[in-house]
Design a protein around this ligand. Structure first.
Ligand code: NAI
Ligand code: MG
Length: 376
């Protein structure tokens, strides 16, 4: 097992394990999760031998269907196998019921906690020649705190009306490690550009997004911690520009001029909202990947859900999962096969002939998988 973060040792890993077999946990979940996870597996299996990687796969259970059958959404065995046997994993999607079901909570949220996956990394990139303004950014969303700690309370005020409150928790520890992640990602994107990867950016910039003009303590701590970390580590990150943008004007600029953003780092809630919004800039939720990253583990996960409206029709777009698979490899310390996968996907999109219906085409999931594999 690799058991190590890209942040600490991605380059050493790539060297040390250059002919390594990686064991990948596959967690399809519900709905179209079961249609797209095989795409990630197929692409890994199709990587040319020269990349020096081979793969073992282990199928793992989780999801609402599994909950309905067994009363458990995330079996202990799934977590144990991931922790003890796997180098990384791919997660499809799970359905969440619209009304509260006793005993059920989302397995991906639980997995993020149990595996210490404190960063949600969401690259959003347009294809050359696509209509609209070019986009090549990555949102680095803090994944463990902020309003999502779900410490809410509701009570009756003196005048008899209801009041609800939620705690927004920001810590120096979580802010610093997400800031570090953002700067490391900025450096590795720059290294890829320096090695010839096409990009609309010439230099790297980390934009800290916050609302510290109003929330001067909580968002103020987030902003100041990241700035302090940068100032203390200029020897390493000095080539990265640092910017900041208040979150409401961030939304405005994201839609007006997305091309100015490279790496955007934000607390949990703003990161969540900005990353779904950014997906709208590139045509379909079906093409936007993510990775849940910690110091010990990484799970690639398409941004979309279980899409019950298209389940079983064979038309779900596999690209979000295929890009998530590449992202997982990147964080495991294998940038070259990752770059190969990104290139094959970009070539499929740029040609624009073999596309699923969400992108205006009439091809099937399998047609797209086959076309991308052909281009590896
Ligand atoms: P969704 O992402 O499943 O679907 C939104 C729209 O995008 C639908 O019209 C769907 O057909 C389309 N779409 C999504 N992925 C696509 C793909 N790969 N190819 C083509 N079209 C695609 O979001 P929705 O409908 O709000 O939620 C459905 C279920 O998924 C709910 O139960 C929700 O709780 C769950 N969900 C799970 C997530 C996860 O597991 N991480 C994330 C978001 C939603
Ligand atoms: Mg979201």
């Amino acid at each position: 097992m690799l058991r190590s973060s890209f942040v600490r040792s991605r380059s050493t890993l790539a060297r040390a394990y250059s002919t390594k077999t990686l064991k990948i946990g596959l967690i399809p979940g519900d709905g179209i999760g079961r249609e797209v996870i095989p795409a990630g597996k197929a692409v890994l299996e199709a990587l040319p031998k020269e990349d020096g990687l081979s793969f073992e796969f282990v199928n793992l259970l989780a999801g609402f269907e599994h909950f309905k059958q067994t009363g458990t959404a995330l079996p202990d065995e799934t977590v144990e196998v991931l922790k003890k046997e796997c180098d990384g994993a791919l997660f499809g999607a799970v359905s969440s019921p619209t009304t509260k079901v006793a005993g059920y909570s989302s397995p991906i949220v639980a997995l993020r906690k149990k595996l210490g996956l404190y960063a949600n990394v969401r690259p959003v990139k347009s294809v050359d020649g696509a209509p609209g303004r070019p986009v090549d950014l990555v949102i680095v969303r803090e994944n463990t705190e902020d309003l999502y700690i779900k410490q809410e309370r509701q009570y009756t005020a003196e005048d008899g009306t209801q009041v609800a409150e939620a705690i927004k928790r920001i810590t120096e520890t979580a802010s610093q490690r997400i800031g570090k992640m953002a700067f490391d990602i900025a450096l590795s994107r720059q290294a890829l550009r320096d090695a010839g990867a096409p990009s609309i950016h010439k230099t790297s910039t980390v934009t800290i997004t916050h609302k510290s003009n109003v929330l001067s303590l909580s968002d103020g701590l987030f902003r100041e911690t990241i700035r302090k970390f940068y100032d203390a580590n200029k020897d390493k990150y000095g080539s990265v520009n640092v910017n900041e943008q208040i979150v409401d004007s961030m939304v405005y600029r994201l839609f007006r001029e997305p091309e100015v953003f490279d790496v955007v780092v934000g607390p949990n809630l703003y990161g969540d909202i900005l990353s779904d919004g950014a997906a709208a800039l590139v045509g379909s939720l079906g093409v936007v990947p993510s990775a849940n990253v910690g110091d010990e583990f990484v799970i690639g996960e398409p941004c979309h859900g279980s899409a019950p409206d298209i389940e079983g029709k064979g038309i779900s777009n596999p690209i979000a999962t295929i890009r998530s698979t590449a992202l997982m490899l990147e964080f495991l310390g294998f940038p070259n096969p990752a770059a190969r996968i990104y290139k094959a996907v970009d070539a499929n999109l740029a040609e624009g002939k073999i596309l699923t219906p969400d992108l205006g085409g009439s091809s099937s999931t399998q047609d797209v998988i086959n076309d991308i594999i052909k281009r590896l």
